[in-house]
Ligand binder design. Structure first.
Ligand code: OTU
Length: 638
């Protein structure tokens, strides 16, 4: 496009004042990357697509409310807002936490107590009726689920939360829509334009070709990746459930639709978008249709366009993928060096659970050491549990490097966490057993997987104390790693499995609901009065860790955590080399005391170290020091 044409369009939409100047500067900054990324997907219609992106961004910029423009400036001045040690995330279902969006404001005390600065409310846009995969089958992106409130309530909530320095995080489901979405309706009604929004086939020829290399996500309740639609008389690509229709990202119309949705949510005050199932959006015959390079191009293009209008908006990639594939969602962006702002640290999560079961950190050490560094401007979402099952993403070569067989170890982890393994403390459920691959993913609440449920049942004080220590050890690891620690609702109270899920016909078939409880507010009141009980120990323990983290600037996520060879196989050893001084972290997954050579810490901290979690000082001139069973320790030079 010619420069004078561009200027004319900008003036028409935004006038000639500072808003136009800002737009012009940001367009100049981001449009080259945008163009290159779009070219990777839409080479045939690059000019038109770019023109439409310009129109969409101009229209959204004209509508951007004043308070959010101020937020944009603040964020540009503080680009590390998601990297700071003060940042703590909290994840919950609106209805299960507070009933409605408006009700969230009744529970701000709880969020303040945990210093939450990032609140992810699970899917809240209008889903299809009946089964909807926990809201991940969206029928209308412009409306809020009616029992939770309205779009106005959502906007009001973002404003209230902003006043509390809490950023609202919302899911953007962009791999698929509900089969009841208007696009699907219009496709069924015979409109070619909308048929092209989906991937459909007249017979099984192509689906069968694709199936040769496609894995299955829900082999139990949705086998295969294609569903025959009677109205269309065609096979529709449905990676997840049969009622979730994959959209066709090879169509630039789809890109523009989602960009409009993104900019609209940003203008309503949403500050982080969780890009659901982003790994799946690009398909190519003969591949697994996951993690293809064009996925990263498209993500980067969406982010670049969003930054022109709403630099306050951050993108979090939900790619629960193998370690080698993970890094591409943050960095190695071909054009701007950044694909999204944040990504789930799935490898860390899996390795924490693996270490806990085997009382051995060697596999974690190997897997985590191999992860390449991320761009310094990005951050991890670190977590112990989330609303999904845990899949044992352990790589065969990592297992082999520590003398394990990958398949056997994954098998062991499923046995252990389902409680089948003799002596296991865990009580989980097997999710989507796949006989073809041997995969058995695991559902279950953090506390039940960490042994608190069985310990409380046994009444054995030693077992209870060990289970609480496990919960705190895992939390220390996600709080110490660097990134946004994502506390999952209920975990801060050590809530056990909610076995009642099976009584709800909409949930019975999907045992992930066992770890999606309702918030027992009476328990929260109770532990404030009588903290001396397991729920209180967990809550106070996590709150303490959050407090220590806030006071430790070395935990800023711009610095990488490096895993070092550990002197003891039970202990994970992590070094953070911050300009303010190093932090040496140790996580003892053993259930015995471990003696550590003092030089392990002394080499970095000098003759004396302060351990931040306990506040104890350690003399490092002696031969060795003791780590308690399941102790987490963060050492700094005092
Ligand atoms: C996501 O998970 C959501 O977190 C799930 O709750 C949804 O069911 C699903 O998308 C469909 O919308 O495969 O087993 O690599 O692991 O996107 C869950 C990423 C999933 C996938 C993840 C997906």
């Amino acid at each position: 496009m010619r420069e004078d044409e561009l200027d004319q369009l900008i003036t028409k939409a935004l006038g000639t004042g500072p808003e136009a100047t800002t737009f012009r500067l940001r367009w100049n900054r981001w449009s080259p990357a945008l163009e290159q990324c779009l070219a990777a997907a839409y080479s045939g219609s690059l000019e038109e697509t770019l023109q439409r992106v310009l129109e969409l961004t101009l229209a959204a910029a004209a509508r951007r409310p004043e308070d959010l423009r101020v937020l944009d400036e603040q964020r540009l001045l503080n680009p590390d807002w998601l990297q700071r040690p003060e940042m703590v995330g909290y994840v919950c279902y609106t209805d299960r936490f507070a009933g409605t969006l408006a009700g969230i404001t009744d529970h701000l005390d709880h969020l303040r107590e945990l210093n939450v600065g990032y609140l992810h409310l699970m899917p809240l846009l209008m889903p299809r009726e009946g089964e909807n995969d926990g809201g991940y089958a969206v029928a209308d992106y412009t409306r809020v689920r009616p029992d939770l409130g309205t779009m106005d309530d959502l906007e009001n909530l973002t404003r209230t939360l902003r006043g509390e320095h809490i950023s609202l995080v919302v899911d953007l489901v962009l791999n698929h829509v509900a089969q009841e979405h208007e696009w699907a309706d219009r496709a069924r009604a015979g409109e070619q334009r909308y048929l092209d929004y989906f991937l459909t086939f007249p017979d099984r020829t192509q689906p069968d070709e694709y199936e040769r290399t496609l894995p299955e996500v829900f082999p139990d309740f949705a086998p295969g990746n294609f569903t025959f639609d009677d109205a269309l008389q065609r096979w529709v690509w449905t990676t997840f459930n049969s009622y979730q229709w994959d959209v066709n990202w090879a169509n630039p119309d789809v890109f523009c639709e989602y960009l409009a949705i993104i900019l609209d949510l940003a203008n309503r005050g949403v500050e982080v978008l969780r890009l659901d199932a982003i790994a799946f959006i690009w398909k190519q015959l003969g591949t697994t249709c996951q993690n293809l390079p064009t996925v990263h191009d498209l993500t980067e293009a969406l982010r670049a366009a969003a930054r022109i209008v709403a630099p306050a908006l951050a993108f979090k990639a939900e790619a629960i993928v193998a370690p080698d594939d993970l890094i591409h969602y943050l960095g190695t962006g071909r054009h701007t060096g950044q694909v999204s702002d944040m990504a789930y640290h799935n490898t860390l999560m899996v390795q924490l659970w693996s270490s806990l079961a085997s009382r051995d950190a060697r596999l974690a050490e190997t897997a985590l050491r191999r992860l390449p560094a991320k761009p310094t401007s990005t951050t991890w979402g670190t977590y112990v549990r989330c609303h999904d099952d845990i899949g044992w993403a352990v790589m065969d070569e990592d297992a082999a490097a520590v003398g394990l067989n990958g398949h056997a170890h994954r098998h062991f982890l499923s046995d252990f966490y389902s409680g089948e393994f003799p002596g296991s403390f865990a009580r989980g459920l097997v999710f989507q057993a796949n006989p073809a691959t041997g995969d058995r993913r695991i559902s279950g609440s953090l506390a039940s997987l960490a042994g608190l449920e069985t310990a409380v049942e046994s009444g054995d004080p030693g077992a209870i104390s060990f289970a609480v220590d496990r919960i705190l050890l895992l939390h220390a690891a996600i709080l110490g790693w660097g990134g946004v620690p994502l506390l999952y609702m209920g975990d801060e109270l050590g809530l056990p499995n909610d076995d009642g899920f099976a009584a709800d016909p909409a949930h019975a078939a999907d045992n992930r609901w066992v770890h999606r409880p309702s918030m027992p507010w009476e328990l929260v009141d109770d532990i404030h009065e009588k903290p001396d009980q397991p729920a209180g120990w967990v809550f106070l323990g996590i709150r303490h860790l959050v407090g220590v983290r806030r006071r430790t600037p070395q935990l800023h996520a711009s610095v990488e955590s490096t895993v070092l060879p550990s002197p003891d196989h039970r202990v994970l050893l992590v070094l953070r080399q911050h300009p303010l001084g190093p932090v040496v972290q140790m996580y003892n997954f053993g259930e015995d005391e471990v003696w550590i050579p003092a030089g392990t810490v002394g080499a970095h901290c000098g003759a004396v170290a302060e351990e931040l979690i306990s506040g104890d000082h350690y003399d490092l001139t002696t031969g060795q020091f003791k780590l308690w069973p399941l102790q987490a320790a963060w050492f700094v030079a005092p």
